[in-house]
Ligand binder design. Sequence first.
Ligand code: FAD
Length: 479
Amino acid sequence: MTRDFLADLAGVLDAPGLLLPGQDLTRYEREWRGRYESRALAVARPADVAMLSALVECCLRHGVAMVPQGGNTGLVGGAVACGERRELLISLERLRAVRKLDSDSACLTVEAGCTLGATTRVAAAQGWRLPLALASGDSATIGGVLATNAGGNETIRFGNARHMVLGLEAVLADGSIWRGLSPLRKDNAGYDLAQLLVGSEGTLGIITAASLALKPLPRQREVAWLAVPSPASALAVLRRVRQAVGETITAFEVMPALAIEFALAHRPGARCPVDPQAPWHVLLDCDCAAAGQWLGEAVLECLEAECAAENVTDVVVAQSQAQADAFWQIRESISDAQKAGGVSLKHDISVPIAAIPGFIDQTLARLRDRVPGIRPCVFGHFGDGNLHFNLTQPREMAAEAFRAREEEINELVFSSVLAVGGSIAAEHGIGLLRKGWMAKSADPAALFAMQRIKRALDPLGLMNPGKVLEVDYYSSASA
Ligand code: FAD
């Protein structure tokens, strides 16, 4: 049966389009965090949309499940072929044409396999900004970024990936090609299929290209590093800066002293602009397209007022692009740097911004009671409510002993998140990793609606099965 399928597949794909077990599939099967093991029947690499459509039809004929894959940088196991069923990995890496940059419409149309980094550079070369920045951007693809509705440092101002989407092209679960590319800013003709596919993690269809809205490049920029006594002080600073120059804030990142300690140890030669032992640090980045000097003056005025209110104990404003880059290098190295501290249990969560200070204080107090010596490294995109609620093992506890408490710690963190109206998956999606928590935490009516959408668009359950939702295809009770 598998042999028949592979023979049929070979007839649909060109020679570079099919990689079989026995060839080196590591790049496609290796999962970033090493939590899951892929066991694909094969890896298909279609060269164009028509080939992908024929490939999907071939899978339908043989009842083979499909796992779309972009750069394979996802952090929740969404792009691994490890289900009970026979699964084909479909890499979009050969679909990487830049189809059109329309400056009048401020719209860039690219294929799904283009990396986010390359796409950003294409836009910048023509004087445009694609305002989405991820540390994985040179590997993550447009298809993957949209399928996970990725968010970066600039979400506070520009929103998540979905806010950049004007139109999509996709191959749906029946093999049909939906040609929905468009530069239109307004289109209320029926349901918004593009937004349904964004964030669906490959469970409803395969994105092949996207029309993305562009913004102008900045001409003024102010980057400042602040020492603040507490998350409550950080919130006060955010409130003031937002009221004064809110439309210019591209990042408002918060980091505790432990994150700075990890980052400085990881980057010999790096220097924290303020006292690294300050309990909390803020990296503020503001910019705007209009030329002039006013932004610096406005930001400084806010920071002076917050120093006077004792919400800021020290400030350094970057005097050059190089200094701004050095600030960001510290922030960007935290995730990697944390590895040196031992096992880290990571929670990509979001909570309402007003609730952040209380949420951090109360959740950390409960964690310290439960796991004495636990080392919280809670950092991230404070300005949009998204925190990387990472917890490093106590110094005196063995790694295995800490890992064994993962479920108990997840329960404590996620129940605290839900209690304040937050989300258990802010950036990375659900995939396999958070599927259990999705089932536990989603509103029952929403969950039921999602299951019905999945069944309607993918009646055979072949699109990335087992990810995001558990859908019972055999019981009429859930039909
Ligand atoms: P993959 O990992 O290949 O796939 C991810 C999911 O999308 C899977 O479910 C897959 O089936 C589906 N998929 C992929 N391509 C398609 C397609 N064409 N059509 C339909 N479905 C598809 N994420 C953030 O949101 N913000 C961050 O700041 C961030 N930083 C990161 C930093 C590092 C160092 C790393 C390793 C990851 C980071 N991530 C971040 C996670 C990851 O980079 C993003 O989820 C990214 O969007 C995944 O893109 P990808 O092309 O690698 O997708």
